[in-house]
Design a protein around this ligand. Structure first.
Ligand code: ASP
Length: 440
């Protein structure tokens, strides 16, 4: 169809439009598509059947190549680029549209991802590999251990930072898991996802990935965090606290919000600016000793959301589990009061909860998402505490409570778990409830 090679500046003429940009490597699984990098930084996939002509832009190509070679040579002599390892786990960020079915399925290889975002190589020396190839909805504790071990391996090899690409659906569970597992890590480990696959013009992968790399290369931050879009435009990304963030929209590119917290930092990659928004953050120290504290992959931990018209069986189903999070109402309530002839079931529910508490830690979290548990206000929550439910005064999300409970049970004795669940270990519990941290 054309003599143009990946990296060439081209003009693609279709029946509808003419698109100028840099020709990228066609992914192995998508031979029917030509991918072009636009000057805006976006990549666009154009179905080959629509293309009338691909013309080389020789003049522009030559100039660009000279410019790039000069810049690269200058860069090399001026500074040594930091080393960033990108560990891919799959998710939409590594996926592309299958133009036959219209669904998002096939996956890019790590090499293809690097070729799509050449800016990354200007920010850091990139090492990139695939550690899993999955949707994040399938993640289990074993995958938290794989990610933690691989990130620790990269740190031991001397990486200045690690980026983990991940599906967005459970990204906030994984970020919390890694924050607990990578105790004392002296380099940044940034989780990045995308709500639109990397071959789409509207993909958020470029901004999120490049911003994460830029943040690693140009800030003193260490520890685990998330990097995702701040708003609907591509102008800025946010660094979000690993244990206090959540996917709050099914599809928007700015779906991830800080919960009961502010964002850690804002990155304006175009303006080359990083603004720290949190008062403090852990600082880089490659010499700091990392303690790898993994998850017990056999643990069974549940999350049970309270709702009107509950039945005892819902609680009894967890009898053989090792721990349970009750996602209760607001300040920490559950339907346990017999108030009339229609609520006799509630007495049995309280008994079932008390029985569970004798066997395992049962921690409360609020389905209100924002705010703090206060289980001393109403008699309901006081009764739950008397039955053995723990977690009072926590402002953790249900997801972080779940991950923390699993991690505590993996690493501590039961009595310690009960004490540590409400102790702040990784920024997961805020000291004060800041009004500005609501609906940020
Ligand atoms: N279901 C996908 C996942 O979490 C969605 C995404 O990556 O955004 O892996």
């Amino acid at each position: 169809m054309t003599a143009a090679k990946p990296g060439d500046s081209v003009e693609v003429v279709t029946s509808e439009e003419t698109i100028k940009g840099t020709l990228l490597q066609t992914p192995e699984l998508e031979k029917g598509v030509v991918i072009i990098k636009l000057s805006s930084g976006y990549n666009i996939g154009i179905s080959k059947d629509k293309i009338k002509k691909i013309a080389l832009l020789p003049q522009q190509r030559k100039e660009e190549q000279i410019e790039k070679a000069v810049a690269a040579a200058k860069e090399k002599t001026q500074r040594k680029l930091p080393k960033i390892s990108i560990l891919h786990t799959g998710g939409t960020i590594a996926s592309k549209v299958d133009y036959r079915t219209g669904g998002v399925v096939a996956r890019f290889t790590p090499q293809e991802i690097l070729e799509m975002f050449p800016e990354l190589k200007e920010i850091a020396e990139i090492d990139s590999r695939l550690i899993r190839n999955m949707w994040s909805e399938d993640m289990r504790f074993a995958h938290y251990n794989i990610m933690a071990k691989e990130a620790a391996k990269e740190a031991a090899k001397g990486a200045d930072g690690v980026i983990i690409t991940h599906g967005t659906d459970t990204l906030h569970y994984s970020s919390a898991a890694l924050a607990f597992a990578l105790e004392g890590i002296g380099i940044p480990v940034i989780l990045v996802g995308a709500q639109r696959s990397s071959d789409r013009g509207s993909t958020d992968a470029a901004t999120n990935l490049i911003s994460a790399a830029y943040f690693i290369a140009n800030s003193d931050f260490a520890g685990v965090a998330i990097c995702m879009h701040e708003n609907m435009s591509d102008s800025s990304s946010l660094i979000l606290p690993a244990t206090k963030a959540r996917k709050m929209h099914t599809s928007r590119r700015d779906a991830f919000r800080p919960i009961n917290s502010t964002a850690t930092a804002r990155i304006d990659y175009e303006g080359r600016n990083i603004a720290f928004l949190a008062k403090d953050h852990p600082k880089k120290d490659k010499a700091r000793k990392l303690q790898l504290r993994l998850f017990n992959e056999k643990l069974k931990i549940g999350i049970l959301k309270t709702h009107p018209n509950m039945y005892t069986e819902e609680f009894a189903a967890y009898q053989k589990f090792d721990g349970l999070v009750i996602e209760g109402f607001a300040l920490g309530q559950a339907p346990i009061n017999q108030v009339d002839e229609f609520t006799t079931e509630h007495k049995r529910i309280l008994a079932a909860i008390a029985a569970l508490c004798k066997k395992m830690p049962v921690a409360m979290a609020s389905q209100s998402i924002y705010g703090r548990l206060q289980m001393n206000v109403y008699s309901t929550a006081r009764d739950l505490q008397a039955a053995g439910v723990i977690g009072n005064l926590s402002d953790m999300t249900p997801e972080t409570t779940f991950v923390k409970l699993a991690w505590l049970l993996s690493n501590y004795k039961k009595a310690e778990v009960k004490e540590l669940i409400t102790k702040n270990l990784r920024g997961e519990i805020s000291e004060r409830t800041e009004p500005a941290a609501f609906l940020v």
